[in-house]
Design a protein. Structure first.
Lengths: 244, 489
């Protein structure tokens, strides 16, 4: 399926991607970067291999699909008294680097090795020339987990907030059903939890999208699931879980 | 190209002039000529607007609040007839002037849900479904007697041409998830009337082109867990009005081409080592070696100007038997003679006592002999000994909180951040991580209870049967719209 993107909001036409890059009417990349659950900036993200800069255009293209999903809710009279917020957007694993010294024999070799590795440097140690290569020892999300997909904007977590500033489990179920019928996705997870120390039931929707190429030609898997406190409750089915 | 006139012409040719000219005109002559009214909802009933009778309530589309941010807007009570004057346009714009007792309000609503509403309690609600533009040609004053909340889901840019003055009566809390960058083209002056505390979990650097002056009127403590290096291209002065203590567990090195140590009382003791050089002069009251059972362990090599005590005694015949101890005494006497006649030495020659004439009265050392026990005692004493330095190795992890949160957070996380982390199965199953969160009251202790208390509706993967928005037919008792099923797979 080829996604038609409004040229005004097509990231492919942007010279650079920033938090102010518009993805839709009133929707910028900042909406997906500053979520309460995962505040980060493009500058703090790493490439897939945890070294080097990320592919921001790839992230923006993935976010276009999420923007389209959000647009189906904004202005929808069914949800006119609720607000759809990005509760967990782009994910930045907690980073940590250690410097690894690699004996190189000569200055030229040390310099070459340092250049080949992002953030590398070289110098003379007690035993001769060494290349100092940063080694990522920080958090590595489980492969293909929600957090892993969130690194590139493929997965985003949404909450539907009522006028009292709380998530509305019933309306969240309505939204999940609405999205199930009206938008395309790889996986839609209706997620409930009682993680809050007060024990209040919180509901959110995890929307996973496929990786969007520059051609915007994508295919969707349309998988469904319902989880409660991290435990799968139903596969290919949405369940409404109520507080009492 | 087709236009309206073409269409009229086509219709006239197709249906005839009579039908075309009478479309939309009621036969009775009392109906709406446009055919717009009555609307379907008003068929077979009063044409008085339902909002006027309280059967429906027009309200603005506000959306919800933000997480933990309530809009504090109550539902509007229905109007009572005939207090509510309602004007509704064909497309759905509404103006209401409601005098319903207890529910007095004024509403101006756009068909999109945007508009302005003034409620009975004086609340004014403004809702915009798209942009909102506010331009003030002159001054603008905003006074809020209560509290305020501003939430921007995108970027916010504040541009002030003149001064920007912020006067805060309480605390000024700034929580920045990313970087904070300040560029000040002029001076930066800060006055803190009480304490100031910084916690920096990374590195810190400062580049100062001009002079750096710090004036401290109380103690100054610097605790360094690693190395400390001071590189000064110019002169360095460390001046102390009290004591100045330097100790090192390792080696202490002081080197200079010219060194001066001056004190009214000076002590230099040690187990072993070297003091002196080829052109060094020594002056003092007494020089001693360490006493042993038979003799003194000290030895002097080279020439001696003056006379050893036992050599003096050798000058006296009654002590002739002891002359054998005056090793080198003859040499010493020769040296004195050589110096007296202007020998090769260029160094200042001290006044030489004439042997046998000047009485020699030895003055014993006033300080105890610095034997190894005394040296060790001094090194281990609290005042003059070596001070051990130890910084709590866990202090770093306490500051970074990395141990507590298993390297997943370096700050106290919110429930939103915790929920985000727990989406990864490896963190959800990390017992020590979740236990700590529970112990800190940041995570519900029942977070792993996976049996929901109550289950409501369910929806399968297939499309849901829905009702269309557009109404069909003229009979409201019929199905109000077409039923359809979304099937996009």
């Amino acid at each position: 399926m080829k996604i038609l993107v409004d040229p005004q909001y097509n990231p492919e036409f942007e010279s650079s991607i920033t938090s102010a890059t518009k993805l839709g009417p009133g929707i910028t990349c900042a909406k997906f970067l500053g979520a309460r659950g995962s505040r980060t900036q493009f500058q703090k993200l790493y490439a897939d291999g945890f070294f080097g800069a990320p592919d921001l255009k790839q992230i923006a293209r993935n976010l276009v699909l999420h923007t389209n999903a959000m647009k189906t809710v904004i202005g929808n009279t069914t949800f006119s008294q609720h607000r759809l917020i990005v509760s967990e957007g782009i994910y930045e694993p907690n980073p940590k680097f250690e410097t690894q010294e690699i004996p190189s024999g000569s200055e030229a070799k040390a310099k070459k090795l340092a250049r080949e590795n992002s953030g590398g440097s070289y110098g003379k140690g007690p035993d001769g020339w060494v290349a100092r290569i940063p080694l990522y020892v920080g958090e590595r999300p489980s492969s293909n987990s929600v957090n892993d997909l969130r690194r590139t904007g493929r997965a985003i977590v949404y909450q539907l907030i009522n006028k009292n500033g709380q998530t509305d489990p019933q309306k969240t179920f309505d939204l999940a059903v609405f999205w199930k019928d009206y938008i395309d996705y790889d996986k839609l997870s209706l997620d409930y939890d009682t993680f809050d120390p007060t024990g209040i039931l919180t509901s959110q929707i995890v929307l996973e999208m496929p990786k969007v190429p520059a051609s915007f030609d994508v295919s969707f898997s349309h998988n469904l699931e319902t989880t409660f406190n991290g435990e799968l409750q139903a596969k290919n089915e949405l369940l409404e879980i109520l507080a009492d | 190209m087709t236009n309206k006139l073409d269409s009229l012409k086509e219709r006239t040719e197709k249906f005839g002039e009579g039908q075309e000219e009478t479309v939309g005109i009621s036969q009775e002559g009392f109906s709406d000529a446009s055919g717009e009214y009555p609307k379907r909802d008003y068929f077979f009933g009063s044409s008085v607007n339902k909002a006027s009778k309280g059967e429906t309530v027009n309200s603005l589309d506000l959306g919800g609040g933000d997480y933990d941010l309530s809009l504090n807007v109550s539902d509007q009570k229905p109007s009572q007839y005939p207090y509510n004057q309602v004007s509704e346009s064909p497309s759905g714009h509404v103006i209401e002037i409601d005098d319903t007792p207890g529910g007095e309000r004024v509403l101006i609503k756009h068909r999109t849900g945007a508009g302005v509403e003034m409620r009975a309690d004086g609340t004014v609600i403004i809702s915009s479904k798209n942009q909102r533009v506010e331009v003030t040609g002159g001054d603008q004053t905003t006074i809020v007697e209560g509290e305020g909340n501003l939430v921007y889901k995108g970027n916010l840019t504040l541009s002030v041409t003149g001064d920007f003055n912020v006067d805060v009566g309480g605390n000024y809390n700034l929580n920045v998830a990313g970087d904070k960058i300040e560029e000040i083209k002029g001076r930066h002056t800060k006055t803190v009337n009480r304490d100031q505390n910084y916690t920096i979990r990374g590195s810190r650097g400062a580049q100062v082109i001009g002079m750096n002056t710090e004036t401290l009127l109380d103690d100054h403590n610097v605790v360094v867990a690693g190395n400390m290096n001071n590189f000064v291209q110019g002169n360095t002065e460390i001046l102390s009005g009290g004591d100045f203590i330097q100790t090192a567990v390792g080696e202490w090195v002081a080197a200079s081409s010219i060194a001066n140590i001056t004190a009214r009382h000076i002590s230099m003791i040690g187990h072993k080592g070297t003091i002196g050089g080829p052109l060094m002069d020594y002056y003092g009251k007494s020089y001693g070696g360490f006493p042993a059972k038979v003799t003194n362990l000290a030895c002097f090599y080279g020439s001696l100007v003056g006379k050893a005590a036992e050599a003096i005694h050798a000058d006296y015949s009654i002590h002739a038997a002891s002359a054998g101890f005056a090793r080198g005494a003859a040499t010493a006497v020769q040296a004195v003679k050589a110096a007296a006649v202007g020998g090769p030495s260029t160094l200042p020659v001290p006044e030489v006592p004439v042997p046998g004439i000047m009485p020699f009265i030895p003055i014993p050392p006033t300080a105890p002999i610095p034997n190894p026990a005394i040296v060790e005692l001094q090194l281990s004493s609290s005042n003059y000994g070596i001070r051990n330095v130890a910084v709590d190795p866990k202090l770093k992890s306490k500051i970074t909180k990395s141990d507590d949160y298993k390297e997943l957070f370096n700050h106290d996380p919110s429930i939103h951040e915790i929920r985000s982390k727990l989406r990864d199965p490896q963190h959800f199953g990390n017992g020590s991580f979740t236990s700590y969160l529970v112990s800190q009251g940041k995570l519900n202790g029942d977070f792993k209870k996976n049996m929901p208390k109550n289950i409501g509706r369910s929806a399968s993967k297939t499309g849901t049967i829905r009702l269309g928005v557009n109404l069909l037919g003229n009979n409201p008792s019929d199905n109000r719209s077409k039923r359809f099923k979304v099937n996009k797979k």
